[in-house]
Ligand binder design. Sequence first.
Ligand SMILES: *Cc1c(COP(=O)(O)O)cnc(C)c1O
Length: 474
Amino acid sequence: MRYISTRDARAAPLRLSFAEALLAGLARDGGLYVPESIPELDAASLRSYVGSAYPEVAARILSMFAGESFAPAELHALATAAYARFRHAAVAPLVQLDEKLWLLELFHGPTLAFKDLALQLLGLLFDAVLARRHERITIVGATSGDTGSAAIEACRDREAVDVFILYPRGRVSEVQRRQMTTVEAANVHAIAIDGTFDDCQDLVKGLFADAEFRGELNLSAVNSINWARIAAQTVYYVTAAVALGVPARPVSFSVPTGNFGNVYAGHIARRAGVSIDRLVIGTNRNDILARYFATGRMSLGTVRPTLSPSMDIQVSSNFERLLFELKGRNGAAVGQAMGRFRHTGSLPEDGQAWRRACRLFSAYKVDDTRTMQTIARIYSGSGVLIDPHTAVAVAAAQSEFAEHDSNIPMIALGCAHPAKFPEAVERATGIRPALPAQLGDLLDRRERIIALPNELGAVRRYILAHARRVGVAA
Ligand SMILES: *Cc1c(COP(=O)(O)O)cnc(C)c1O
């Protein structure tokens, strides 16, 4: 299996192995890596997953994507280690909410959000590849909350990795901040920036744009532009679908969406042969995707804060991967369209691509009022507490049933633990959700606060001074 960039316009595009795409993250031409072809899961393999442990299925799915970079036995060992840290033996259990609606709980990992399902494995994949190549990397990322803590937990104490995460000071929740600042590991640095999330993101882009710095520190990224994250996320679509009857009968999924990474992984599972009927996208007030599916026009608005901050995003980076497919895998056309988007804030309209997209996805916008009502209604109907992101998925699922009634079971993705957003949950239900026992003392742990001004030079100097030795090891 080889990987190509969505913007490679050459007749013979550059073809990377899975390991190379893992380390590179983003392609040099600004595109995202996608597999040359989607591997196929036939009915017999799907049936063989019934009753298999999660790490077993993860190893077999990852093997299809990473075949030449990792042997099956190595993947099995890495997946077993990655998911051993989860608090639920099933890793990603299903809970029934009503006759047709199920909740897939993706928040039993160390940082209480679905990001752990991919990043716990990615940390180990990075270490394995780097050890083999005698290299080190420096991961630099910006976070609005969940990605930062998940990346830190995944990379803490890893020999060949240093991780620097920039977060906007005073703009992440206390639980989110403490999950980053209380980690005691020599290779982990959570840095509070005097600015917004967009400022943090700009600083990271500035660091990547500095070729000398990028090369000297061997910079890499762990946000969902990294294909390995998509590959790891297809696994829970497969396990949940099989648990509810695939391949004998189809299922649908509803997914709270920001960067389009999670729901795109569902699309890849469907392309691989999992019988998925609808993929429903739920957005909050930051509804660029819902507007695209309604009108065919994708144009930037300004980011507004909501109860579901991990979806307070305007640019859904992973949409470029879908666009590549919708435009007949034409790298030149994608490069041009994305260039226009960067300069004008609007994607050139393409009616044919849009009609194809609408056959693949439904999309609904859910505002904060409806989010709160949904948290309250699910609690009174089933006794289950859900977080505001999950509530967006549940409400979108209900909108889909209202538009197209169906007896196909719908699985809403539970993307964060309710205790990660306790204020909203308490306001909606009167119940303050408790942190799981392993994190019970989070609010008492000692914090290490590093604060820097919103200045590229200051961040650059801090990283140079604190990265353990860099470049190619002896
Ligand atoms: C990251 C995140 C999302 C958005 O996922 P995308 O892959 O960016 O679409 C939704 N909910 C929660 C809780 C998250 O942490």
